[in-house]
Design a binder for this molecule. Structure first.
Ligand code: UT7
Length: 365
């Protein structure tokens, strides 16, 4: 378990990092649930009832995570009243990078025109934000950075289990070959929940005592790596990619949805309770909860278990599906712009993702 070395009372009064600007971006037109029925056996009623999702967006061919991130980052920097030249560190969160290597952070820096600014890619998938907040806080506290651009961006379209995007997007009618339809249906649990987008936060140390990041509690259990992972394309094999992997569908993530659900509804309430206890914060003191959006039913279970009123739990899964590392910054940007969250509010961020990684952060905005 992660803890800060310095005694808690001292840490609590030192102002941590806060969000001074945010932006988000979703590519293309929304793709409603019924569009997915063109390529696999699923239906709108099942998807809404079991996940809360109504639509999602998909990155276009040739549009990588760094391209989506660029749009969100420009909006975030602008809303902070800064220019790209003011950014002195990038933390880029994605599980769908433009290339296996190098990471997407450097590509984003170049697209923003801030060559030479350090860019760190972190690989915590859907759980990225609580990890990114802790890293950003440490960088600010050590004096290594002042204005950090924390970005989450995902282009999951590349692992969707169908071939004909024009049919999905309704640009053409067409009979899907039976084997292709069957393949997509085999992966339908995964295919219906993920969507693409980017969210960006400009973070810096607050001047206001008692405000900013109060703390994060983070966990990782690598024994659970295979609950959701991509088996193909790894460097434990020679060569690291081959045709068999593709024909065996190893480029498509394997996901044990039911078990992930079970881990999420047990681990997330535990980590929130533990974090609050550590910092002497009561659940009632928290103004708004911003949980990762993997499945609305997960968040309903977590809220029920913590006895949190549903109106204190942010939700936008209906519009975007699960955008993995991009989810929490997109969610923050929306609730802040809608005025649901304001300066001085105590926020709790909660997330679990592939790894498994999970955690929560408390931040007084
Ligand atoms: O953020 C990254 C981590 N990922 C997660 O946290 C995912 C967490 N898990 C989930 O969100 C859910 O487990 C899923 C949405 C993936 C699946 O929902 P579920 O309620 O757990 O469904 P299930 O896999 O238990 O399947 C129940 C039934 C099955 O039919 P039978 O065997 O009962 O006849 C499935 O074949 O629902 C069927 N089903 C579907 N039907 C229509 C599964 N997916 C679909 C679908 N459309 N897309």
């Amino acid at each position: 378990m992660q803890t800060y070395d310095m005694p808690l009372p001292e840490r609590c009064v030192m102002p941590g990092i806060t969000v001074v600007g945010s932006g988000s971006f979703a590519p293309g037109e929304p793709v409603p649930n019924k569009a997915l029925m063109r390529v696999m056996d699923t239906n709108d009623e099942w998807i809404r009832r079991r996940t809360g999702i109504e639509q999602r967006h998909f990155a276009g061919e040739g549009q990588g995570a760094s391209d989506l991130a660029l749009e969100a980052a420009k909006r975030a920097i602008d809303s902070a009243g800064l220019t790209p030249a003011d950014i002195d560190y990038i933390i880029f969160c994605t599980m769908t990078p433009d290339y296996l290597f190098p990471g997407s952070g450097g590509l984003l820096g170049a697209k923003l025109g801030i060559h030479g600014v350090p860019a760190l890619d972190i690989r915590q998938q859907c759980a990225a934000m609580p990890f990114a907040f802790q890293v950003a806080d440490g960088l600010c506290m050590s004096g290594a950075a002042q204005n950090i651009l924390v970005v989450g961006a995902e282009a999951h379209a590349g692992f969707m289990p169908w071939d004909d995007w024009d049919v999905v997007l309704g640009k053409k009618d067409g009979d899907i070959p039976a084997d292709v339809h069957e393949r997509a249906t085999r992966h339908r649990g995964l295919a219906v929940i993920f969507g693409d987008g980017a969210g960006a936060l400009v973070m810096r140390r607050t001047e206001t005592e008692g405000h900013g990041l109060i703390g994060s509690e983070l966990h990782t259990d690598g024994d659970l790596y295979d609950k959701i992972y991509i088996e193909g394309g790894g460097f434990r094999r020679r060569p690291y990619w081959n045709d068999d992997m593709f024909s065996q569908e190893l480029h498509i993530p394997s996901m044990d949805g039911r078990d992930l659900f079970r881990h999420a509804v047990t681990k997330l309430p535990e980590v929130v309770r533990s974090l609050c206890d550590k910092h002497g914060v009561s659940l009632d003191d928290i103004d708004f909860f911003l949980p990762h959006q993997a499945n609305d039913r997960i968040n309903q279970h977590v809220a029920k278990s913590l006895k949190i009123p549903p109106e204190k739990v942010a939700s936008n899964i209906a519009k975007y599906g699960n955008t993995s590392g991009a989810t929490i910054p997109i969610l923050f940007d929306e609730v802040y712009r809608e005025g649901k969250v304001k300066r001085g509010d105590l926020l709790c961020f909660i997330a679990l993702g592939a790894g498994l990684h999970w955690g929560a952060s408390l931040m007084r905005l």
